[in-house]
Design a protein around this ligand. Structure first.
Ligand SMILES: [Zn+2]
Length: 205
């Protein structure tokens, strides 16, 4: 890939930060008893995102205190509501119900709190270039459609399919490892002559 200029998907500014994304499609066949899931490769998308938009997104994603404050307020309101109802309504069954809801609220709060902390830590831990690429793909995924007809869509950096750990990708995207191997083989076919260019342009380790 030569370094040509494209327009940023978000703000339209000219940029050299181009990405090749592979669309992952997951279709659900809602059955009477059990849902069946079909996964397939969708379109290959060439898109771009500028440095300013990535910077803005990184600043927002690594700021965990705001997210935690919002979560704390919401959990507190539900928790206090349960306690008040517990004290006011003298019906045992209802009290048990309130206690269960209060307990679930606390557990959900702790889990979400850990998730936010973990995400912020991951963002701060990764080296800056790796970070930028991951978050740029995340941001682009938000800008691209997340559904097409019956299929749920996700987007993965084609470079990661070619060079990354497919086991990790499969877990991260909830996508079939076997299908990812097929996509990798598909991407590699006839693309070997581009390999050197790709390596030169891409920053992920
Ligand atoms: Zn932009």
């Amino acid at each position: 890939m030569e370094n040509k200029i494209s327009n940023c998907k978000k703000c339209g500014a000219p940029t050299e930060n181009q990405f090749e994304l592979v669309t992952l499609k997951t279709m659900v066949d809602r059955g009477f008893r059990k849902n069946k899931y079909y996964q397939a490769m969708g379109d290959i998308i060439h898109t771009a995102i500028c440095d300013d938009c990535i910077d803005e997104f990184i600043a927002k994603s690594s700021n965990s205190s705001k997210q935690i404050l919002k979560l704390s307020l919401l959990s507190l309101i539900v928790f206090i509501g349960c306690i008040v109802l517990f004290l006011v309504v003298p019906i045992t069954a209802f009290r048990v119900f309130c206690a269960i809801i209060a307990g679930i609220t606390v557990l959900a709060f702790l889990q979400e709190f850990n998730n936010i902390k973990k995400q912020a830590k991951e963002i701060n831990n990764k080296n800056e270039k790796e970070n930028r690429n991951t978050l740029a793909v995340k941001l682009l995924s938000k800008l691209l459609p997340d559904r097409h007809n019956d299929a749920e869509l996700a987007y993965v950096d084609a470079y990661l399919i070619k060079k990354g750990d497919l086991n990790i990708l499969a877990k991260e995207y909830g996508f079939s490892y076997k299908k990812l191997v097929q996509i990798k083989n598909f991407l590699k076919e006839g693309k070997d002559n581009q390999q050197l260019d790709d390596d030169a342009n891409h920053q992920v380790k």
